[in-house]
Ligand binder design. Structure first.
Ligand SMILES: Cc1cc2nc3c(=O)[nH]c(=O)nc-3n(C[C@H](O)[C@H](O)[C@H](O)COP(=O)(O)O)c2cc1C
Length: 179
């Protein structure tokens, strides 16, 4: 099978990582893949915060967990929203039409580039709970999110410390063809 299609079909969320840094060159390639994603009118109105500083990664995780606790949400047994991954990329976008779709395109490019280079990744929506504990200005400042932009979603990645789980069966009756 074609390698790109294989990677798309076999990519799974990874929730256990080796304590090993991702080489800068690979990280740059993964970010580049995100930056080359399509965006409405090619406006590229997104912002990526690439974090490899473990103290900051732990701080973000604690902030989100605390925000979740305040809302009465339970994270279960996991004590780290990024599963102790060595890299976290926080994606933000200009508040405008299609911003979520644009960021989604970038996000999937990042996940697939990581997969193609042999890394595992997991999209993390829970970072939005950071704002339930902290002031938006403080969080945005910590994450270097430009004014007029809002945090959308994050992705963590690194060398996997688990086998890719089996894909869940796809739902049926999702696709209609008009021939
Ligand atoms: C918008 C979005 C938010 C997600 N947020 C989280 C999250 O906060 N934590 C997590 O462990 N996984 C998160 N995931 C991963 C999904 O749980 C995962 O993609 C889904 O279960 C399908 O599994 P797969 O990625 O292995 O195919 C998120 C995925 C998406 C698309």
């Amino acid at each position: 099978m074609n390698k790109t299609i294989e990677d798309i079909l076999n990519r799974r969320s990874i929730r256990a990582y080796q304590n090993k840094p991702v080489p800068e060159e690979d990280l740059k390639t993964i970010i580049k893949a995100g930056l080359y994603a399509p965006s409405a009118k090619n406006k590229q109105e997104w912002h990526f915060t690439v974090i490899t500083n473990q103290d900051v990664i732990n701080q973000l995780s604690d902030m989100a967990l605390e925000g979740m606790k305040r809302l009465g949400l339970n994270k279960g047994d996991d004590d780290h929203i990024f599963y102790h991954a060595p890299v976290v990329i926080v994606l933000s976008s200009k508040i405008a039409g299609f911003s979520g779709v644009n960021v989604g395109c970038a996000l999937e490019n990042i996940a697939l580039a990581a997969k193609a280079l042999g890394y595992g990744s997991c999209i993390i929506g829970e970072t939005r709970y950071m704002y339930h504990r902290n002031n938006k200005i403080d969080v945005d400042k910590l994450l270097k999110i430009p004014e007029g932009y809002e945090h959308d979603i994050s992705i963590c990645l690194g060398y996997p410390n688990e086998k890719e789980p089996e894909a869940k069966p796809r739902k049926e009756n999702i696709v209609d063809y008009i021939l």
